[in-house]
Ligand binder design. Structure first.
Ligand code: C5P
Length: 231
């Protein structure tokens, strides 16, 4: 099932709820990232859930396995639909994340791993992070690690979706930010593509922030994404 996730990168609960009010009857899948979570805490997660939205809690955990396990067990009580970690934290850390997130009854939200941020270019990854490989090889290796640890998929650029699916299987989910309309601004993102192209490339979910949140008519921009990506 394909869906469009709106990155609600707002600085307050008020700004977020005002934004979501514009959608009236529609209940888009919403991503709550660091900015909003640090500003408004678990209460905003509960409020958005109460309004009937699905939630991707994008806190990108990356720490020692024990800390990640305990943090995930706290997050599991928030009843979100999807959470994530950085694959760079290693297979052991990702396994700990799965353990922490799994509730007593065996259920848990979807768990995905960030491979390389879509703002990272291959040149910076090699020069600054001293990763002596291509972006594609790094993303595929991180995806394989995530699969080995029992995760459901990865966050990657739509441009890497095919490689991930070829290596980890069609069922292994790809959640892809770095989405821009053909006639829109790229901003700080580097490895970008359009909703239509992301669909052709096989993404399961696209994460779209500023092309919707900063649009003059966000509801129309959301519908354009859905039309290009889902229909
Ligand atoms: O505004 P824009 O469409 O660039 O927003 C993309 C969203 O996806 C942001 O919330 C960003 O934190 C998130 N993200 C990303 N690249 C990743 C993982 C998450 O851009 N690899």
């Amino acid at each position: 099932m394909r869906d469009v996730i709106i990155a609600c990168d707002f600085a307050s609960a008020e700004a977020t709820l005002n934004f979501l009010d514009k959608f009236e009857g529609e209940k888009p899948f919403v991503k709550i990232g660091m900015e909003l979570y640090y500003a408004a805490g678990p209460e905003i997660v509960k409020e958005i859930k109460k309004r009937g939205h699905k939630i991707f809690l994008d806190l990108k955990l990356h720490d020692i396995p024990n800390t990640v396990r305990k943090a995930m067990s706290v997050l599991s009580k928030l009843d979100v639909d999807m959470c994530n970690v950085h694959a760079a934290g290693t297979v052991e850390m990702m396994r700990a994340a799965v353990e922490g997130l799994t509730r007593e009854d065996g259920t848990r939200p979807l768990l995905i791993a960030v491979t390389q941020l879509t703002s990272t270019s291959e040149e910076r990854m090699q020069k600054e992070l001293l990763i002596n490989a291509t972006i594609n090889d790094t993303v595929v290796k991180y995806a394989q690690n995530a699969k080995e640890a029992g995760l459901d998929g990865v966050v990657c650029s739509p441009l890497e979706t095919r490689l991930v699916k070829d290596s980890c299987g069609e069922e292994f989910m790809t959640v892809t930010p770095g989405i821009r309309f053909a006639d829109g601004q790229v901003g700080d993102q580097v490895r970008v593509t359009t909703p239509e192209k992301a669909r052709e490339l096989g993404s399961d979910y696209i994460v779209v922030g500023r092309p919707i949140t900063a649009a003059e008519d966000p509801v129309a921009a959301y519908r354009r994404c859905v039309k290009e990506f889902c229909d």
